[in-house]
Design a protein around this ligand. Structure first.
Ligand SMILES: Cc1cc2nc3c(=O)[nH]c(=O)nc-3n(C[C@H](O)[C@H](O)[C@H](O)COP(=O)(O)OP(=O)(O)OC[C@H]3O[C@@H](n4cnc5c(N)ncnc54)[C@H](O)[C@@H]3O)c2cc1C
Length: 488
């Protein structure tokens, strides 16, 4: 029986794609992952349709891969050849409970759609934005436990979820969090925390159709600043000190190649030793102008103390001033933003196709005290492979852990470049894993490496939970599979 037959009646025929050319567009993502053409793509618009799809897939044993916009940079939406993709981008309902500061979102609600709805409230609310494109999904990023510009205060995005409504692999519907026992989505507890059964699971335990997400008051005054750091050690120490203070809402560091790319240099060459190695961005806010001024004064004091310890740090300058001098910096002035320079190099190739298009990274969460050691390991690996060492870091949840991300852009159409990116990613992750830097939005190749140091009890429990929730093994065939042990 064909796949269209399997899913006939689950949703309108016009929301099923199975022609060759349409399927081709769903075969690939931004990364070096090998393309693989799905057999069918389904676009449900309602929870009942998702339930019908999952029941039909379970009956005919069709593997399901979940997708919203495919921007995860981890190969997660590349389905196995001939499998089914469930595209949730048309589920776009959004409700905001302004009094409880909760947004209840369906998977298709994007950062760009949420922002104006929060800003027009009186008083306005805000959410933390990742650097991912504005058209990407709020709920997907929370479920993938990503990071955003309020993560210094509020942790990774999985922590912002207050509960979820999920279609389980047998098609039944479950609600978690306070919404499991009341009309309110206000909190994740106090019941046993089953929301975690769907965070970072990459759809292996079910398809989330709704989720409650924390949003926060928007302070009236804000200043975004850049601090240039002569060496990365000074940048890392600045971030650590900021994380322990109440000065900033957000702080993060970007190494020099990212700045060069922003200025249109697609493959930055060796660094001039006179150039700063890192720039640290800092978001400072206040309820009043006086509170903002006090925090800025404390920032100056913190930087002066670090300079006295020998770190080369320039005085902070505001992004607003910088944008006046160089409009390209406007991308950092307000979020969500489009870092298009990471997605496409300037220009076209001989056939007129855009250059670049390949983006990959090793994104990890790990202990902040080991940032220097980790960077010392990865910079030579990236340089030896011919990549400028583009590193992004950010302290999370008051500095209890940090993000460390090593990114590479490459020519999507060039198989040698894809191979080099794949090999370099493995070496980079292999260098930082023993230091405790673990991959988030874990790509299948990274999971292979991670298993080598995984507690066997944890691995066995993971496999047991998965088998209990999805005995037919239809969900997310490429996520969290045990390798070398016959699958989970
Ligand atoms: C330039 C650039 C910058 C980025 N910067 C950041 C950043 O700063 N921080 C950050 O966190 N990310 C960042 N990302 C990564 C990325 O944008 C996010 O992971 C992305 O927003 C996920 O949304 P999506 O709609 O593309 O999800 P998709 O890629 O379509 O989905 C990925 C996976 O999420 C899971 N999933 C999605 N929806 C559901 C659901 N309803 N139920 C169950 N599982 C589901 C599935 O496993 C699915 O395969 C960046 C990406 C780019 C391209």
């Amino acid at each position: 029986m064909g796949l269209r037959e399997t899913f006939r009646g689950c949703l309108g025929e016009e929301r099923i794609l199975d022609d060759e050319s349409s399927l081709e567009a769903f075969a690939d993502d931004l990364t070096e992952e090998e393309p693989s053409r799905p057999g069918i793509v389904l676009f449900p618009e309602a929870t009942a349709e998702v339930q019908a799809i999952v029941r039909a897939a379970a009956k005919d044993r069709v593997p399901l891969t979940v997708r919203v916009t495919g921007s995860n940079v981890a190969g997660l939406t590349v389905a196995p050849e001939g499998g089914a993709i469930v595209d949730l981008s048309r589920m776009t309902r959004l409700e905001i409970d302004a009094r409880e500061m909760i947004a209840v979102v369906e998977p298709g609600v994007t950062w760009a759609a949420l922002k104006p709805e929060l800003e027009r409230l009186e008083p306005p609310l805000r959410v933390g934005y990742p650097l991912s494109p504005p058209h990407t999904s709020v709920l997907a990023n929370c479920l993938l436990d990503g990071l955003g510009n309020l993560s210094l205060r509020h942790g990774s995005l999985g922590d912002w979820l207050t509960g979820v409504e999920v279609v389980l692999p047998d098609g039944s519907l479950v609600r978690t969090g306070s919404a499991a026992a009341s009309a309110s989505w206000c909190s994740r507890g106090p019941l046993p925390d089953l929301t975690g059964l769907f965070v970072a699971w990459q759809a292996a335990t079910g398809i989330v159709v709704r989720g409650g997400v924390h949003v926060w008051p928007a302070p009236a005054f804000r200043r975004r600043l850049f601090v240039l750091a002569g060496e990365r050690r000074g940048a890392f120490e600045t971030m650590r000190r900021l994380a322990r203070s109440t000065i900033a809402d957000d702080a993060g560091g970007l190494s020099w190649p990212t700045g060069k790319m922003l200025f249109g240099v697609p493959r930055p060459g060796p660094r001039d030793p006179a150039e700063p190695e890192f720039f640290v961005y800092v978001d400072v806010t206040g309820e009043t102008e006086r509170e903002l001024a006090l925090r800025l004064e404390r920032l100056d004091g913190l930087l002066a103390a670090l300079r006295a310890e020998g770190h080369r740090l320039e005085p902070p300058f505001s992004i607003a001033d910088l944008v006046r001098l160089e409009p390209r910096f406007a991308r950092f002035a307000d979020f969500p933003t489009s870092l298009d320079f990471l997605l496409h190099a300037p220009g076209v190739d001989a056939s007129g196709a855009p250059l670049g298009g390949g983006l990959t990274w090793v994104g990890t969460y790990g202990p902040g005290s080991r940032l220097e050691e980790a960077a010392d390991r990865v910079v030579p690996i990236m340089e030896q492979a011919g990549y400028a060492p583009a590193i992004v870091s950010r302290p999370m949840r008051g500095g209890h852990f940090v993000v460390l991300r090593m990114l590479m852009t490459f020519e999507k159409g060039d198989s040698a470049q894809r191979r080099l990116a794949r090999e370099t990613n493995r070496k980079v992750l292999g260098a930082v894993l023993p230091l405790g830097f673990l991959p988030y939005k874990c790509p299948p190749w990274a999971w292979e490496l991670l298993q080598e140091q995984l507690d066997p009890g944890y691995a066995a429990l993971l496999a047991k939970v998965r088998a209990a929730v999805d005995p037919g093994g239809i969900m997310s065939p490429r996520a969290w599979r045990r390798t070398g042990g016959g699958g989970s």
